[in-house]
Design a protein around this ligand. Structure first.
Ligand SMILES: Cc1cc2nc3c(=O)[nH]c(=O)nc-3n(C[C@H](O)[C@H](O)[C@H](O)COP(=O)(O)OP(=O)(O)OC[C@H]3O[C@@H](n4cnc5c(N)ncnc54)[C@H](O)[C@@H]3O)c2cc1C
Length: 379
């Protein structure tokens, strides 16, 4: 495993304090209510504000409308946004995942069409990987694209598609040639306009009635040839390399940071009584943050840290869940738990969504298996 210790440069620290100041000024203006990690509010206005400061599309080169900055610079901005609970929901997937994938595999036409709009905070993407019978075992996707004049006819069902009801496009993993001996062959990625005829987006509501993810039913959806992402038949390779961007960032350890922060802000007099638990969590936090930062530095250097990313996601999401468990037990012991505070509402939300942290983006069992296989093959 390669986790190289990372120390931020003076320029990186200056960026960190610039973002902190911006967020501290925005909060009292009421431009957002702190929320939990990447599940935070969908706010195109806020996304555009960030874009205007050059904090979206940071790793996109200037010729495609981005900032041409490093993965570590992006890490710094994203970390501050998540730690503050800022509304990152609208642009999240496009900025984190779609942009680097387009840079790596997209055609020149696709880059010119999508990257400037992503960097401007105006074009939102979802992920069309999972299906009712294909989650961890992604190679068993049934969605099929059949060749037609000028493009592809796409049919199948995607599920758990976060934000599909608000996104403009999603990247669908599908079969473009018949299932052969090797299930990993014959898969491709298509960029699909979610307003195309033949698409039905059915909400899947959370227990509390909120709407974040969906079932997306595709019936003979026409996808033009120029919307094939990367090489036909290379979908498996592309998807697995894309997951390194999805798995290692601050979104995998900061989802419940607001809980800790708000607890300390609202109940500082009680915090001393649970100092041991809080100290333990803080120490774990700094270790995981270092590991995650180290993956960002490796991405900046052009390396492919898939194994390290899997390990960071496992450690990070388990940590996020533990924060909720500790906060819950602390509250149960609190003689005056209060009500209607920001902390109370964040805790309720965290109890509801935190079980998903170790499922979304790859389950803990699968990540451990990825890490184990990767480490074996490096021997
Ligand atoms: C909040 C949330 C948002 C999501 N957003 C998206 C999205 O936007 N787009 C998208 O495409 N998907 C999305 N997903 C889907 C997510 O990627 C899948 O839920 C995940 O990959 C697991 O697949 P599954 O639900 O089919 O479970 P399964 O794969 O059926 O797994 C069930 C259980 O079996 C275990 N298991 C499976 N295979 C193995 C194995 N080989 N070894 C050991 N144990 C195993 C798993 O760890 C798990 O505990 C989202 C999920 C959640 C919870």
């Amino acid at each position: 495993m390669h986790f190289v210790p990372v120390v931020l440069t003076p320029e990186e620290k200056a960026l960190q304090s610039e973002v902190r100041t911006f967020l501290a000024e925005e909060l009292p203006k009421g431009s957002y209510r702190p929320a939990l990690g990447m599940n935070a509010e969908h706010s195109p206005e806020f996304s555009k504000k960030l874009a205007a400061r050059g904090w979206l599309g940071m790793v996109i080169p200037p010729e495609y409308g981005g900032q041409g900055r490093s993965a570590v610079d992006r890490f710094i901005v994203v970390e501050e946004l998540l730690a503050a609970g800022a509304p990152v929901g609208a642009h999240w997937i496009a900025d984190r995942q779609t942009a680097p994938t387009l840079l790596r595999f997209g055609t020149e036409t696709q880059r010119r069409r999508f990257l400037p709009a992503i960097a401007a905070g105006e074009c939102y993407f979802s992920i069309g990987m999972s299906e009712p019978d294909a989650g961890s075992d992604l190679a068993s996707v049934h969605t099929t694209a059949t060749k037609v004049d000028g493009g592809w006819s796409l049919s199948g069902t995607k599920i758990w598609t976060t934000g599909a009801h608000r996104s403009h496009f999603f990247v669908a993993l599908c079969r473009t040639s018949a299932l052969g001996v090797d299930r990993h062959q014959g898969l491709s990625q298509l960029i699909v306009d979610l307003s195309s005829p033949g698409i039905k987006i059915n909400p899947i509501l959370f227990l509390d009635g909120t709407h974040d993810f969906n079932e997306v039913v595709l019936e003979d959806v026409f996808v033009p040839d120029d919307m094939v992402l990367g090489e036909l038949g290379m979908g498996w390779y592309q998807v697995t390399s894309e997951l390194a961007y999805e798995r290692s960032g601050p979104d995998r350890f900061l989802s419940t940071w607001q809980l800790l922060k708000t607890y300390l802000a609202e109940r500082s007099e009680r915090a001393i009584k649970v100092a041991e638990q809080l100290g333990g969590l803080t120490a774990r936090f700094w270790t995981i943050r270092q590991l995650s930062l180290s993956v960002a530095r490796a991405l900046q250097l052009g390396q492919s840290p898939e194994v390290e990313a899997a390990i960071v996601k496992d450690l990070g999401t388990t940590f996020e869940q533990e924060v909720v468990a500790v906060m819950q037990s602390v509250m149960e012991d609190d003689p005056d738990p209060g009500s209607s505070s920001l902390f109370e509402s964040l805790l309720a939300q965290a109890i509801l969504v935190s079980p998903s942290y170790t499922i979304r983006g790859g389950t803990t069992e699968v990540l451990r298996s990825v890490a184990a296989h990767g480490l074996m093959s490096r021997k």
